[in-house]
Design a protein around this ligand. Structure first.
Ligand code: HPA
Length: 273
């Protein structure tokens, strides 16, 4: 991370502050099909990514996404409606740029969400899973390269990547709402292919309960920047080999089905943070 990168982060943050995104408390990263939650923010300010100086430029036409600021669960949140993925060709520094911007805007807690394949045989499509830990199988790390000690330590402790108190609070929220919640380890691969059945067996043998193509880089940077993290996966499918075939339409369809319980869960959890 060089000086220029930090300058870019600060430039984006200054712009967003001028737009009114001040005193933000909670950052929210919304996964595939889960972006609708940002539409519930009250007194919202939404800025398209392409309007934010220094923000990564979208690779998908007309599909950029928004940064949405507003009140959700009684907190000032900044939500990413759509995230940047490594498989789209962004560097891991670009993927995690918005997390640095959130930090610069004052965010101290981050809620990361994603769609994931269920590897644990007790999981079924539509389940929501509290991420208890992750395994970085991307082969990369956003912190590779020079370290800026003002941003965080050279060697980041990942002993408790997903805050224990937050895990409990998500669990309490699920109980209150009557949602049957799962717990598990998220393994992050690069994609964009879904896994082979052999890879899914590898994930299981290595201790993964769910598999996906995001989240790990953002959580690494959030921990580097000393932000507390809560993670929730929406299990959208049985992982490869456990059902006949996989496709993105099915992933989106399942996120749509669980949308309401997902939204109430995250909102309730934020209100307890
Ligand atoms: N594998 C990887 N990423 C995913 C999956 C999967 O099965 N489902 C949703 N995202």
């Amino acid at each position: 991370m060089d000086e220029k990168y930090i300058e870019s982060v600060n430039k984006a943050a200054s712009f967003l502050k001028e737009k009114g995104m001040v005193d933000a408390e909670v950052g929210l990263i919304l996964g595939s099909g889960l972006g609708d939650l940002a539409n519930e923010a009250q007194e919202a300010i939404a800025v398209p990514y392409e309007d934010i100086p220094e923000f990564p430029v979208s690779t998908v036409e007309g599909h950029a996404g928004h940064l949405v600021y507003g009140m959700l669960g009684g907190k000032k949140v900044i939500a990413m409606q759509g995230r940047f993925h490594f498989y789209e060709g962004y560097s891991l520094q670009e993927v995690t740029f918005p997390v640095r911007v959130m930090k610069a805007l004052g965010v101290s807690s981050v809620v990361v969400t994603n769609a994931a394949g269920g590897v644990n045989e007790t999981f079924k499509p539509g389940d929501l899973m509290i991420i208890t830990d992750h395994i970085n199988m991307t082969g990369g790390n956003p912190l590779l390269g020079p370290n800026d000690a003002n941003q965080g330590p050279r060697f980041t402790d990942m002993s408790v990547a997903y805050d224990k108190g937050y895990q409990e609070l998500v669990e309490d929220s699920a109980k209150e709402l009557g949602i049957d919640i799962k717990h598990g380890v998220y393994m992050g691969l690069t994609g964009p292919t879904y896994e082979t059945p052999a890879e899914v067996r590898m994930v299981r043998t290595m201790g993964g309960d769910a598999v996906g193509m995001s989240t790990v880089p953002e959580v690494i940077v959030a921990r580097h920047a000393d932000m507390k993290v809560a993670g929730i996966s929406c299990i959208t499918n049985f992982a490869a080999g456990m059902q006949e075939s996989l496709n993105h339409e099915e992933v989106v369809e399942v996120t749509t089905k669980v949308r309401e319980s997902f939204k109430s869960l995250v909102k309730t959890a934020i209100s307890k943070m």
